[in-house]
Design a protein around this ligand. Sequence first.
Ligand code: SF4
Length: 377
Amino acid sequence: MGVYLHMPYCPYKCHYCDFNAYRLPPRPGVLEEMAGGIAEEILRAGGEDRGREVRSIYFGGGTPSLFPPAAIARLIELLRDRYRVRPGAEVTLECNPGTVDLPALQALRRSGVNRISLGAQSFSRETLDRLGRGHGPDDTRRAVELARQAGFENLSLDVIYGLPGQTPLQARRDAEQALALGPEHLSAYALEVEDGTYFGVLRRRGELPLPSDDDVVAAGEAVRAACEAAGLEPYEISNFARPGRRSRHNLLYWHQGDYRGFGPGAHSHFSGRRRWNIAGPGPYLRAVASLGDAVAGEEALSEEGRRGEWIYLRLRLREGFSLKAFHRRFGVPLDVAYPGVRRALLDQGLIERLPGRVRASERGRWLLHRVAEPFLP
Ligand code: SF4
Protein backbone atom coordinates (compact mmCIF):
# COMPACT_ATOMS: atom_id res chain seq x y z
CA MET A 1 0.00 0.00 0.00
CA GLY A 2 0.94 3.66 -0.18
CA VAL A 3 0.50 6.56 2.22
CA TYR A 4 -0.46 10.09 1.23
CA LEU A 5 -0.05 13.08 3.55
CA HIS A 6 -1.83 16.28 2.66
CA MET A 7 -0.02 19.45 3.75
CA PRO A 8 -2.60 22.12 2.94
CA TYR A 9 -0.80 25.49 3.10
CA CYS A 10 0.84 27.55 0.36
CA PRO A 11 2.62 30.90 0.38
CA TYR A 12 -0.01 32.19 -2.10
CA LYS A 13 -2.94 30.85 -4.08
CA CYS A 14 -2.18 30.29 -7.77
CA HIS A 15 -4.76 31.59 -10.21
CA TYR A 16 -5.63 28.15 -11.60
CA CYS A 17 -5.50 26.21 -8.34
CA ASP A 18 -8.44 23.97 -7.51
CA PHE A 19 -6.63 21.88 -4.89
CA ASN A 20 -7.48 21.78 -1.23
CA ALA A 21 -4.85 24.41 -0.52
CA TYR A 22 -4.96 27.60 1.57
CA ARG A 23 -2.80 30.65 1.74
CA LEU A 24 -0.69 30.35 4.89
CA PRO A 25 -2.37 32.38 7.65
CA PRO A 26 0.01 35.07 8.96
CA ARG A 27 0.16 33.83 12.53
CA PRO A 28 3.06 31.98 14.11
CA GLY A 29 2.84 28.26 14.76
CA VAL A 30 0.30 27.40 12.04
CA LEU A 31 2.54 24.87 10.29
CA GLU A 32 3.56 23.18 13.56
CA GLU A 33 -0.08 23.01 14.60
CA MET A 34 -1.08 21.34 11.33
CA ALA A 35 1.85 18.90 11.42
CA GLY A 36 0.88 18.10 15.02
CA GLY A 37 -2.71 17.42 13.95
CA ILE A 38 -1.59 15.06 11.20
CA ALA A 39 0.75 13.32 13.65
CA GLU A 40 -2.19 12.92 16.03
CA GLU A 41 -4.31 11.44 13.25
CA ILE A 42 -1.58 8.89 12.47
CA LEU A 43 -1.15 8.00 16.15
CA ARG A 44 -4.85 7.56 16.81
CA ALA A 45 -5.84 5.95 13.49
CA GLY A 46 -7.77 2.69 13.65
CA GLY A 47 -5.82 -0.54 13.24
CA GLU A 48 -7.15 -1.91 9.92
CA ASP A 49 -3.92 -1.20 8.04
CA ARG A 50 -1.43 -1.22 10.91
CA GLY A 51 1.67 -3.29 10.18
CA ARG A 52 1.03 -3.50 6.45
CA GLU A 53 3.91 -3.09 4.04
CA VAL A 54 4.22 0.41 2.61
CA ARG A 55 6.05 0.91 -0.66
CA SER A 56 5.50 4.64 -1.15
CA ILE A 57 4.91 7.73 0.95
CA TYR A 58 3.85 10.96 -0.71
CA PHE A 59 3.76 14.43 0.85
CA GLY A 60 1.44 16.49 -1.36
CA GLY A 61 -0.47 19.68 -0.97
CA GLY A 62 -0.45 22.51 -0.74
CA THR A 63 3.24 23.11 -0.39
CA PRO A 64 4.84 20.49 1.89
CA SER A 65 8.22 22.24 1.53
CA LEU A 66 6.82 25.13 3.60
CA PHE A 67 6.78 22.83 6.65
CA PRO A 68 9.81 22.59 8.94
CA PRO A 69 11.92 19.57 7.94
CA ALA A 70 11.80 18.38 11.56
CA ALA A 71 8.00 18.13 11.31
CA ILE A 72 8.29 16.07 8.10
CA ALA A 73 10.91 13.84 9.78
CA ARG A 74 8.59 13.23 12.73
CA LEU A 75 5.72 12.24 10.44
CA ILE A 76 7.97 9.78 8.60
CA GLU A 77 9.06 8.32 11.95
CA LEU A 78 5.43 7.85 13.00
CA LEU A 79 4.70 6.09 9.73
CA ARG A 80 7.69 3.82 10.30
CA ASP A 81 6.21 2.90 13.69
CA ARG A 82 2.78 2.22 12.27
CA TYR A 83 3.71 0.36 9.08
CA ARG A 84 6.43 -1.87 7.72
CA VAL A 85 7.97 0.71 5.42
CA ARG A 86 9.80 -1.32 2.79
CA PRO A 87 13.54 -0.63 2.57
CA GLY A 88 14.03 1.63 -0.45
CA ALA A 89 10.39 2.76 -0.37
CA GLU A 90 9.76 5.84 -2.51
CA VAL A 91 9.29 8.89 -0.27
CA THR A 92 8.27 11.95 -2.30
CA LEU A 93 7.87 15.52 -1.14
CA GLU A 94 6.34 18.23 -3.32
CA CYS A 95 8.36 21.44 -3.33
CA ASN A 96 7.64 24.91 -4.53
CA PRO A 97 10.81 26.35 -6.11
CA GLY A 98 10.68 29.53 -4.03
CA THR A 99 10.52 27.71 -0.69
CA VAL A 100 13.69 25.63 -0.44
CA ASP A 101 17.24 26.13 0.76
CA LEU A 102 20.17 23.76 1.07
CA PRO A 103 19.99 23.04 4.84
CA ALA A 104 16.27 22.24 4.58
CA LEU A 105 16.80 19.94 1.60
CA GLN A 106 19.69 18.20 3.36
CA ALA A 107 17.55 17.70 6.47
CA LEU A 108 14.73 16.28 4.34
CA ARG A 109 17.13 13.89 2.64
CA ARG A 110 18.44 12.72 6.03
CA SER A 111 14.90 12.13 7.28
CA GLY A 112 14.26 9.62 4.48
CA VAL A 113 12.74 11.74 1.71
CA ASN A 114 14.33 10.37 -1.48
CA ARG A 115 12.30 11.98 -4.25
CA ILE A 116 11.50 15.63 -4.85
CA SER A 117 8.67 16.78 -7.05
CA LEU A 118 9.21 20.37 -8.03
CA GLY A 119 6.39 22.57 -9.38
CA ALA A 120 8.20 24.41 -12.20
CA GLN A 121 5.03 24.89 -14.31
CA SER A 122 6.73 27.16 -16.87
CA PHE A 123 10.07 28.77 -17.63
CA SER A 124 8.58 31.99 -18.94
CA ARG A 125 8.58 34.79 -16.39
CA GLU A 126 5.51 36.29 -18.01
CA THR A 127 3.58 33.00 -17.92
CA LEU A 128 4.50 32.36 -14.29
CA ASP A 129 3.24 35.83 -13.37
CA ARG A 130 0.03 35.19 -15.26
CA LEU A 131 -0.42 31.93 -13.31
CA GLY A 132 0.03 33.81 -10.06
CA ARG A 133 3.11 31.77 -9.14
CA GLY A 134 5.38 33.55 -6.74
CA HIS A 135 8.61 32.24 -8.25
CA GLY A 136 10.60 32.76 -11.40
CA PRO A 137 12.41 30.37 -13.76
CA ASP A 138 15.71 30.95 -11.96
CA ASP A 139 14.19 29.82 -8.65
CA THR A 140 13.40 26.48 -10.31
CA ARG A 141 16.92 26.14 -11.71
CA ARG A 142 18.39 26.96 -8.32
CA ALA A 143 16.06 24.53 -6.52
CA VAL A 144 17.15 21.71 -8.86
CA GLU A 145 20.79 22.54 -8.23
CA LEU A 146 20.27 22.59 -4.45
CA ALA A 147 18.32 19.33 -4.52
CA ARG A 148 21.18 17.65 -6.38
CA GLN A 149 23.68 19.10 -3.90
CA ALA A 150 21.59 17.73 -1.06
CA GLY A 151 21.87 14.27 -2.61
CA PHE A 152 18.51 13.80 -4.33
CA GLU A 153 18.96 11.42 -7.25
CA ASN A 154 15.28 11.18 -8.09
CA LEU A 155 13.74 14.44 -9.16
CA SER A 156 10.48 15.16 -10.91
CA LEU A 157 9.42 18.45 -12.49
CA ASP A 158 5.84 19.55 -13.19
CA VAL A 159 4.95 21.71 -16.16
CA ILE A 160 1.56 22.91 -17.41
CA TYR A 161 0.66 23.50 -21.04
CA GLY A 162 -2.39 24.91 -22.78
CA LEU A 163 -1.86 28.11 -20.82
CA PRO A 164 -3.45 31.47 -21.63
CA GLY A 165 -1.55 33.09 -24.47
CA GLN A 166 0.80 30.11 -24.86
CA THR A 167 1.59 28.71 -28.31
CA PRO A 168 2.56 25.05 -28.89
CA LEU A 169 6.10 26.25 -29.60
CA GLN A 170 6.28 27.97 -26.21
CA ALA A 171 4.96 24.82 -24.54
CA ARG A 172 7.71 22.83 -26.20
CA ARG A 173 10.31 25.37 -25.08
CA ASP A 174 9.04 25.11 -21.50
CA ALA A 175 9.38 21.34 -21.62
CA GLU A 176 12.83 21.58 -23.17
CA GLN A 177 14.02 23.95 -20.47
CA ALA A 178 12.66 21.61 -17.81
CA LEU A 179 14.38 18.65 -19.50
CA ALA A 180 17.64 20.57 -19.77
CA LEU A 181 17.78 20.38 -15.96
CA GLY A 182 18.06 16.59 -16.26
CA PRO A 183 15.05 15.42 -14.21
CA GLU A 184 14.39 11.70 -13.86
CA HIS A 185 10.65 12.32 -14.29
CA LEU A 186 8.41 14.95 -15.83
CA SER A 187 4.67 15.48 -15.34
CA ALA A 188 3.00 17.64 -17.99
CA TYR A 189 -0.66 18.43 -17.50
CA ALA A 190 -2.95 20.43 -19.75
CA LEU A 191 -4.47 23.37 -17.91
CA GLU A 192 -8.03 22.79 -16.79
CA VAL A 193 -9.90 25.89 -15.79
CA GLU A 194 -12.24 25.20 -12.89
CA ASP A 195 -15.06 27.33 -11.55
CA GLY A 196 -14.18 28.77 -8.19
CA THR A 197 -10.64 29.69 -9.23
CA TYR A 198 -9.45 33.14 -10.29
CA PHE A 199 -9.01 31.79 -13.85
CA GLY A 200 -12.62 30.57 -13.67
CA VAL A 201 -13.72 34.15 -12.93
CA LEU A 202 -11.61 35.53 -15.79
CA ARG A 203 -13.04 32.94 -18.19
CA ARG A 204 -16.60 33.89 -17.23
CA ARG A 205 -15.75 37.51 -17.92
CA GLY A 206 -14.22 36.54 -21.28
CA GLU A 207 -10.81 37.76 -20.15
CA LEU A 208 -8.83 34.53 -20.36
CA PRO A 209 -7.15 34.07 -23.78
CA LEU A 210 -7.11 30.25 -23.79
CA PRO A 211 -5.54 28.43 -26.75
CA SER A 212 -7.81 26.46 -29.11
CA ASP A 213 -8.32 22.71 -28.56
CA ASP A 214 -6.13 22.03 -31.59
CA ASP A 215 -3.35 24.14 -30.08
CA VAL A 216 -3.65 22.31 -26.75
CA VAL A 217 -3.30 18.96 -28.54
CA ALA A 218 -0.37 20.32 -30.56
CA ALA A 219 1.24 21.60 -27.34
CA GLY A 220 0.78 18.19 -25.66
CA GLU A 221 2.34 16.46 -28.67
CA ALA A 222 5.23 18.92 -28.69
CA VAL A 223 5.86 18.25 -24.98
CA ARG A 224 5.78 14.52 -25.59
CA ALA A 225 8.20 14.79 -28.51
CA ALA A 226 10.59 16.83 -26.34
CA CYS A 227 10.42 14.18 -23.57
CA GLU A 228 11.05 11.32 -25.95
CA ALA A 229 13.96 13.16 -27.55
CA ALA A 230 15.43 13.57 -24.05
CA GLY A 231 15.09 9.84 -23.30
CA LEU A 232 12.04 9.99 -21.01
CA GLU A 233 9.41 7.43 -21.94
CA PRO A 234 5.73 8.39 -21.89
CA TYR A 235 4.40 5.74 -19.50
CA GLU A 236 1.15 7.53 -18.71
CA ILE A 237 -0.85 10.16 -20.55
CA SER A 238 0.72 13.04 -18.60
CA ASN A 239 3.85 11.42 -17.15
CA PHE A 240 7.30 10.68 -18.54
CA ALA A 241 10.21 8.92 -16.90
CA ARG A 242 13.70 7.64 -17.38
CA PRO A 243 13.89 3.84 -17.17
CA GLY A 244 13.24 2.69 -13.60
CA ARG A 245 12.04 6.13 -12.48
CA ARG A 246 8.27 5.91 -12.93
CA SER A 247 6.37 7.32 -9.99
CA ARG A 248 5.65 4.29 -7.83
CA HIS A 249 3.10 6.19 -5.79
CA ASN A 250 1.08 7.30 -8.81
CA LEU A 251 1.32 3.84 -10.34
CA LEU A 252 -0.35 2.56 -7.21
CA TYR A 253 -3.29 4.92 -7.85
CA TRP A 254 -3.48 3.92 -11.51
CA HIS A 255 -3.49 0.24 -10.52
CA GLN A 256 -6.29 0.77 -7.99
CA GLY A 257 -3.96 -0.18 -5.14
CA ASP A 258 -4.66 0.46 -1.47
CA TYR A 259 -3.57 3.74 0.08
CA ARG A 260 -4.15 5.58 3.30
CA GLY A 261 -4.46 9.35 3.37
CA PHE A 262 -3.74 11.59 6.37
CA GLY A 263 -4.37 15.33 6.61
CA PRO A 264 -7.21 17.67 5.59
CA GLY A 265 -9.24 16.37 2.64
CA ALA A 266 -6.99 13.32 2.18
CA HIS A 267 -8.58 10.27 0.57
CA SER A 268 -8.02 6.62 1.44
CA HIS A 269 -8.81 3.53 -0.59
CA PHE A 270 -8.95 -0.07 0.59
CA SER A 271 -10.26 -2.78 -1.76
CA GLY A 272 -12.97 -0.71 -3.40
CA ARG A 273 -13.93 1.28 -0.28
CA ARG A 274 -13.13 4.99 -0.32
CA ARG A 275 -12.98 7.36 2.59
CA TRP A 276 -12.13 11.03 2.76
CA ASN A 277 -11.30 13.53 5.44
CA ILE A 278 -12.81 16.90 6.31
CA ALA A 279 -11.21 19.40 3.93
CA GLY A 280 -10.94 22.66 5.94
CA PRO A 281 -7.80 22.93 8.12
CA GLY A 282 -9.66 24.30 11.19
CA PRO A 283 -12.50 21.75 11.21
CA TYR A 284 -9.98 18.99 10.43
CA LEU A 285 -7.79 19.90 13.42
CA ARG A 286 -10.78 20.17 15.75
CA ALA A 287 -12.15 16.79 14.64
CA VAL A 288 -8.79 15.06 15.11
CA ALA A 289 -8.38 16.65 18.57
CA SER A 290 -11.79 15.54 19.77
CA LEU A 291 -12.42 12.28 17.88
CA GLY A 292 -8.97 11.08 16.82
CA ASP A 293 -9.98 11.12 13.16
CA ALA A 294 -11.58 13.52 10.70
CA VAL A 295 -13.53 11.22 8.38
CA ALA A 296 -16.08 13.20 6.35
CA GLY A 297 -17.49 10.44 4.18
CA GLU A 298 -17.17 6.92 2.90
CA GLU A 299 -18.45 4.96 -0.07
CA ALA A 300 -18.11 1.49 -1.53
CA LEU A 301 -17.69 1.30 -5.28
CA SER A 302 -20.11 -1.06 -7.04
CA GLU A 303 -18.62 -3.92 -9.08
CA GLU A 304 -19.48 -2.05 -12.29
CA GLY A 305 -17.91 1.10 -10.87
CA ARG A 306 -14.69 -0.73 -10.01
CA ARG A 307 -14.56 -2.36 -13.43
CA GLY A 308 -15.10 0.95 -15.21
CA GLU A 309 -12.50 2.69 -13.07
CA TRP A 310 -10.02 -0.17 -13.58
CA ILE A 311 -10.36 0.21 -17.35
CA TYR A 312 -10.23 4.00 -17.32
CA LEU A 313 -7.09 4.10 -15.18
CA ARG A 314 -5.31 1.48 -17.28
CA LEU A 315 -6.18 3.25 -20.48
CA ARG A 316 -4.22 6.22 -19.14
CA LEU A 317 -1.15 3.99 -19.06
CA ARG A 318 0.95 3.52 -22.17
CA GLU A 319 0.75 -0.27 -21.89
CA GLY A 320 -3.06 -0.34 -21.59
CA PHE A 321 -4.20 -3.74 -20.29
CA SER A 322 -4.38 -7.36 -21.34
CA LEU A 323 -7.69 -9.10 -21.92
CA LYS A 324 -6.43 -11.92 -19.70
CA ALA A 325 -5.76 -9.50 -16.81
CA PHE A 326 -9.30 -8.14 -17.05
CA HIS A 327 -10.78 -11.67 -17.13
CA ARG A 328 -8.65 -12.77 -14.18
CA ARG A 329 -9.55 -9.67 -12.17
CA PHE A 330 -13.32 -9.63 -12.79
CA GLY A 331 -14.12 -13.27 -13.70
CA VAL A 332 -15.68 -12.37 -17.03
CA PRO A 333 -14.19 -11.73 -20.49
CA LEU A 334 -14.17 -8.05 -21.52
CA ASP A 335 -16.24 -8.76 -24.65
CA VAL A 336 -18.91 -10.48 -22.53
CA ALA A 337 -19.00 -7.70 -19.92
CA TYR A 338 -19.18 -5.02 -22.64
CA PRO A 339 -20.54 -6.64 -25.81
CA GLY A 340 -19.59 -4.85 -29.02
CA VAL A 341 -17.65 -2.06 -27.30
CA ARG A 342 -14.15 -3.13 -28.30
CA ARG A 343 -15.19 -3.54 -31.94
CA ALA A 344 -16.82 -0.08 -31.98
CA LEU A 345 -13.74 1.57 -30.46
CA LEU A 346 -11.50 -0.19 -32.99
CA ASP A 347 -13.73 0.98 -35.85
CA GLN A 348 -13.50 4.56 -34.57
CA GLY A 349 -9.71 4.29 -34.36
CA LEU A 350 -9.76 5.04 -30.63
CA ILE A 351 -7.90 1.87 -29.57
CA GLU A 352 -5.07 0.02 -31.21
CA ARG A 353 -5.36 -3.28 -33.04
CA LEU A 354 -3.17 -5.41 -30.75
CA PRO A 355 -3.54 -9.13 -30.07
CA GLY A 356 -4.77 -9.76 -26.53
CA ARG A 357 -4.40 -6.14 -25.37
CA VAL A 358 -6.44 -2.99 -25.23
CA ARG A 359 -4.53 0.25 -25.56
CA ALA A 360 -5.66 3.74 -26.48
CA SER A 361 -4.49 4.81 -29.94
CA GLU A 362 -2.68 8.07 -30.56
CA ARG A 363 -6.05 9.70 -31.27
CA GLY A 364 -7.72 7.89 -28.38
CA ARG A 365 -5.22 9.27 -25.88
CA TRP A 366 -6.52 12.76 -26.64
CA LEU A 367 -10.11 11.61 -26.42
CA LEU A 368 -9.82 9.38 -23.41
CA HIS A 369 -13.22 10.30 -22.04
CA ARG A 370 -14.74 8.94 -25.27
CA VAL A 371 -12.71 5.73 -25.07
CA ALA A 372 -13.61 5.14 -21.43
CA GLU A 373 -17.25 6.26 -21.57
CA PRO A 374 -18.79 2.95 -22.77
CA PHE A 375 -17.07 1.15 -19.87
CA LEU A 376 -18.30 3.49 -17.14
CA PRO A 377 -21.57 2.79 -15.30
S1 SF4 B 1 1.41 25.94 -5.12
FE1 SF4 B 1 0.13 24.25 -5.92
S2 SF4 B 1 -1.31 23.76 -4.28
FE2 SF4 B 1 -0.40 25.78 -3.79
S3 SF4 B 1 -1.83 27.28 -4.61
FE3 SF4 B 1 -0.29 26.91 -6.21
S4 SF4 B 1 -1.15 25.23 -7.47
FE4 SF4 B 1 -2.32 25.30 -5.56
